[in-house]
Design a binder for this molecule. Structure first.
Ligand SMILES: C[S@@+](CC[C@H](N)C(=O)[O-])C[C@H]1O[C@@H](n2cnc3c(N)ncnc32)[C@H](O)[C@@H]1O
Length: 252
């Protein structure tokens, strides 16, 4: 299969696996995963697809709910190699979510953490997910929230701020951040590598999901959980009030 590699997670695979398994990534440990867990439907005996599973630490989380079968897919070969070694009871594929190597109606549930935002053509993704879900099947996915990821960085009083806003003076023209646009966001990692993300507001996702015949069951904006307070109070204060992520639970 020819793969459109627009986001190269191969470079981060082992670092990411180390950080996630050791609870170093606060955004996953205290914000995103607690939100996703709080929205899970009954998974007992379900056939589950983990979409954009990366190194697939989520298979450990999902296996606790006694599914029938766990399958993972990701575009990054290195991530899938680590996933295969770490979670030998699951099946893993290297592939692109816009053209999945699965039959129609194959899965009861699709779980996708922070992966769909890497693909620009969301309509194509949701059409493909609708196809591989069986009737009444459910999809739970999270993406970056524009309140955090569509902001602009500004420096003020020796600090850096992530800002969405506008100048209030009568002739003020300046707008910081783009909340409503389907923005192309470049993430800069500490080592200078870049990844593309396409951030959009909740209304954008609701529209594409409804156009693709999904029924909306639940929607959440993330809040950092209390456990984070003893580890990093500033991180807690920041992301208890400002949503970093959002998640949608929808049904075919
Ligand atoms: C932020 S990571 C999330 C990994 C994992 N779900 C987690 O929560 O730890 C995003 C993942 O999406 C994958 N990805 C990006 N574009 C993809 C595509 N078109 N098809 C499949 N996976 C893709 C990346 O390779 C990466 O592993």
């Amino acid at each position: 299969m020819s793969i459109n590699r627009s986001n190269d997670y191969d470079k981060f695979a082992s670092k990411r696996h180390y950080e996630v398994t050791n609870g170093i990534k606060k955004s996953l440990r205290f914000v995103e995963k607690p939100m996703m867990i709080s929205m899970l439907p009954d998974l007992k005996d379900k056939k589950i697809l983990m979409l954009g599973c990366g190194t697939a630490e989520e298979s450990e989380l999902l296996s606790k709910y006694e599914p029938k079968k766990l399958t993972g897919i990701d575009i990054s070969e290195k991530s899938i190699a680590i996933a295969r070694k770490s979670y030998p009871n699951c099946n893993f594929y290297v592939g692109d979510m816009i053209k999945l190597p699965f039959k129609d109606n194959e899965f009861d549930f699709i779980f996708s953490s922070l992966a769909i935002s890497h693909v620009e053509d969301k309509d194509r993704v949701f059409k493909e997910l609708y196809r591989v879900l069986n009737n009444e099947g459910e999809l739970l996915f999270s993406v970056g929230h524009p309140m955090r990821f569509a902001t602009e960085k500004i420096n003020y009083n020796d600090s850096t701020y992530h800002v969405i806003g506008f100048e209030t003076s009568d002739n003020g023209k300046q707008i910081l951040g783009k909340y409503m646009s389907h923005t192309k966001q470049i993430n800069y990692f500490k080592d200078g590598e870049i990844l593309k993300e396409y951030i959009a507001p909740p209304s954008f996702f609701f529209e594409v999901l409804i156009n693709n015949h999904f029924k909306i069951e639940n929607f959440k904006e993330s809040r950092c959980i209390e456990d984070c307070k003893k580890i990093d109070i500033n991180y807690y204060n920041r992301f208890h009030e400002i949503p970093q992520f959002m998640a949608f639970l929808v049904k075919k």
